[in-house]
Design a protein around this ligand. Sequence first.
Ligand code: IPE
Ligand code: IPE
Ligand code: MG
Ligand code: MG
Ligand code: MG
Length: 295
Amino acid sequence: MHEADQFIAEFQKFFASAITKRSYNNRLQEALLYATMNGGKRTRPNLCYFFAYSFNPTIDIQQVLYTAGALEALHCYSLVHDDLPAMDNDDLRRGLATVHKKYSEATAILVGDALQTLSFQLLSCSSFDCDDAIKVKLIQILSYASGAQGMVNGQFLDMHLDPAFDKKNIDDIALMHQQKTGNLISASCQMGYMLTGYNNLALHEDIKKIGNLIGRIFQIQDDILDVTQTTQVLGKTAGKDIALEKSTIISLLGLEQAQKLLQTLVTELYEIINALPVNVDVLKCYLSLIMLRQH
Ligand code: IPE
Ligand code: IPE
Ligand code: MG
Ligand code: MG
Ligand code: MG
């Protein structure tokens, strides 16, 4: 088995057991497993792994699992809350009924809450074999990326809750994309790098930039796929952004210009990646899969 496949196989086992170990009530545990072990692409754990691997090709997979688990738990919480009736009101996620549809709204809120705290339990727990100073740094990166300076503010803008947000302004849309999606993706890259013990500020800044670009690209793709792909392939309701009158890159620029912007950002991304002082072949191989994604 290739190491990357081995990582994901180990990750699936680790993630399921992290949840079963830390939940008290069987019905809640069932809902937590439903929200997490349901066929997500695991993009954030993979990015964490491939960045760790690029800076230390001999890194032990076990060392990456806690951080990867924290990232995916945070991401799954964001999806469960994003789908709630008060937000995007979605019935379908990863090809299955959304958590509030399958269980109840209260269950979905609590599942999200539990997954968010699970993230920080994983990063701070004593069985995570990592220097305390690095653990604190990881917690800092994840909390900044996901809180009111990051993902939560991005979701706030996405929900049109800020009267200052201008949906006809490309910078406002870019900021919303960056915050709601890009920051967690960038955190995934940065946290993988941090695990290798490297402590080079300039390099860290480059990785932040790379992560931000991957994040913006990822959300632009998400907006494009919403209008170009079927519900069956997406595993979520196609055409939902238009139905909800969301501000997306498509509503601002139209499909053709959005695809052009995507290509410009991809070119910019590879320029910075190719300048990294390590072998990036394996990382680029994984990124090419993201660039071709259909869901
Ligand atoms: C969907 O994320 C929401 C966005 C941030 C665009 P993913 O496309 O990573 O969803 P899963 O985890 O594969 O289901
Ligand atoms: C979701 O953006 C971003 C977060 C969950 C933080 P979207 O609302 O576009 O994601 P999908 O399309 O429902 O997956
Ligand atoms: Mg949304
Ligand atoms: Mg949504
Ligand atoms: Mg979307």
